[in-house]
Design a protein around this ligand. Sequence first.
Ligand code: 5GP
Length: 346
Amino acid sequence: MRIETDLKLGFKDVMIRPKRSTLKSRSEVSLKQDFKFLHSTSCWSGVPIMAANMDTVGTFEMARVLAKERLFTAIHKHYSPQEWKVFLKDKTTDFYDHIAISTGTGTDDFEKISRIITENPLLKFICIDVANGYSEHFVQFLKQTRKQYPDKVIIAGNVVTGEMVEELLLAGADIVKVGIGGGSVCTTRVKTGVGYPQLSAIIECADAAHGLGGHIISDGGCKTPGDVAKAFGAGSDFVMLGGMLAGHTESGGEVIEKKGQKFKQFYGMSSKTAMEKHVGGVAEYRASEGKTVQVPFKGEVINTILDILGGLRSTCTYVGASRLKELTKRTTFIRVSEQENQVFTK
Ligand code: 5GP
């Protein structure tokens, strides 16, 4: 046994220190980023915020709205090849820059994405997603996918430490997804004791990835636009959101009415609800590591998106970053007490 005694920080433990700025208005801030990738020869340009590949978030409906704003959707893995075909009919080539097809690491998963990609060869991004990115099997699957698709942009995760980010990049990932246990409907920390505070995970993993020419996505734990700004400030190239984009018209599931109020169901992809829906129940040998909640219905997602982008532009103005790209360089975090950083919501 060994104990690492360095304090690791989450979003709630810090604030961003304001700095002198020559910007007159947040309208002068550009949130567009341009990326070249480590393995794929594709370039990418857009606003690097992503909807999570959860079936209550990463839906086709979400992708239509987010792509218009040049954001990104990791589409969940439960759509059939036929549904993909219908969805992609009439889409322009530009649209493919704003969606990823997601997969697990089973043989069935590989066969399914192979079929969907063969039928829709313009698909450019593949998101290989497992709860625990530390397994040898996952690395083998990543290598196999890279071999099969040398030109696609491959996203792989989730991990939280620099050495594993390096391993995944060397095994063929262009972008590594970072975050374990921090998701809003995740119970991994409670069920297993495993996790890593997200802000420190971003700082350490971004450093490892950027050293090799790779990129990272901060995945999980953002509750407010301020958290999204902190994730970018810490060095993340993309930020993935689940809970913040759940509960909208475009999110999966029905609207539920209770005592005159509207809600939508939102659940973790390892929750009992998800496992019952997709694999016929929770296998005896495992515990569910996600919960099911009802979130207040929030209407159209575009309003939430504009709120997040407005907040992010404002952060950039406070620190004098005219482009999102400059935010990390201009960020100084100050540590604060938890009470200081409590967010009061109505
Ligand atoms: P949020 O933005 O809601 O805080 O976090 C979203 C992320 O939580 C997802 O992208 C995914 O990485 C993670 N997640 C989704 N479902 C589950 C689950 O059932 N269990 C765990 N441990 N993590 C989940």
